[in-house]
Design a protein around this ligand. Structure first.
Ligand SMILES: Nc1ncnc2c1ncn2[C@@H]1O[C@H](COP(=O)(O)OP(=O)(O)OP(=O)(O)O)[C@@H](O)[C@H]1O
Ligand SMILES: [Mg+2]
Length: 226
């Protein structure tokens, strides 16, 4: 299997004094794998996702995603690279409240310059797949937490990424919705999508994580036979 993520000696220090948020992290993820990242608050989990997505730059080390050194890309290059390869689900969704559900989902397609007809077709597919077609013209403020989460997932999938990064995808939804999210992520992974999931939810780590990475004080360790 080909490598889709490779980190070598990655360090991220937000401040020069004090311990770094990431401390000499090595990590390789192959295409099609599902990796869960767990660990206490402040241990560096979100920072790890952010440097992989190129939303934050490492202080030292190498980060390669889909064969590209993201730590070397310019801001414009990064934005373009992300749109083409990576879907991101943020912890608190970051939906745009002044746009409808459909427009939120379409946004990454618009930014990537996908033609309107093709983008609309993809958005319809995702609305159906996630069971939110009836909410297409609603605004996010009118949705339940579980429905918002599904909009965030649909938006992350809009450009058919090869890698999905998710920060606490079941963190802000109720138990029933969380089960739906776990099932959906497992199904996406069965379809070949590589997953890197930060979670406090042991059920998600067990269902959708073939590998388990534990973060502690910025260091990553992997449980053998997880
Ligand atoms: N933008 C930032 N500026 C300064 N320090 C930061 C920044 N983001 C994170 N940190 C620090 O880096 C460390 C790791 O933070 P991070 O957000 O990665 O933790 P986490 O494991 O995701 O925690 P949680 O489970 O609470 O989300 C923490 O000490 C945090 O205070
Ligand atoms: Mg976090």
């Amino acid at each position: 299997m080909t490598e889709i993520i490779r980190l070598a000696g990655v360090r991220k220090a937000y401040e020069s004094a004090g311990p770094p948020a990431l401390d000499d992290v090595d990590l390789t993820v192959r295409a099609g794998e599902a990796v869960a990242v767990m660990g206490p608050s402040g241990s560096g989990k979100s920072t790890l996702l952010n440097v992989i997505a190129g939303l934050d730059r490492p202080t030292a080390g190498e980060i390669e995603v889909a064969g590209v050194r993201v730590d070397k890309l310019s801001e414009t290059g990064l934005a373009k690279f992300r749109r083409a390869h990576i879907g991101i689900i943020f912890q608190f969704f970051h939906l745009l409240d002044e746009m409808t559900v459909r427009d939120n989902i379409l946004l990454p397609g618009r930014l990537a310059g996908v033609r309107t007809a093709a983008a609309n077709k993809r958005a319809d597919e995702l609305l159906d797949r996630l069971g939110i077609r009836g909410k297409a013209d609603a605004y996010p403020a009118r949705l339940s937490g579980g429905q918002r989460q599904r909009v965030a997932i649909a938006r992350a999938l809009m450009n058919s990424p090869e890698l999905l990064l998710a920060d606490e995808p079941t963190g802000a939804v109720d138990q029933a919705a969380a089960q739906g999210v776990r099932d959906l992520l497992a199904e996406l992974n069965d379809g070949g999508l590589t997953l890197l999931l930060v979670t406090h939810d042991p059920a998600l780590a067990a269902d959708a994580g073939h590998r388990l990475i534990t973060m502690r004080d910025g260091r990553a360790t992997e449980a053998v036979n997880a």
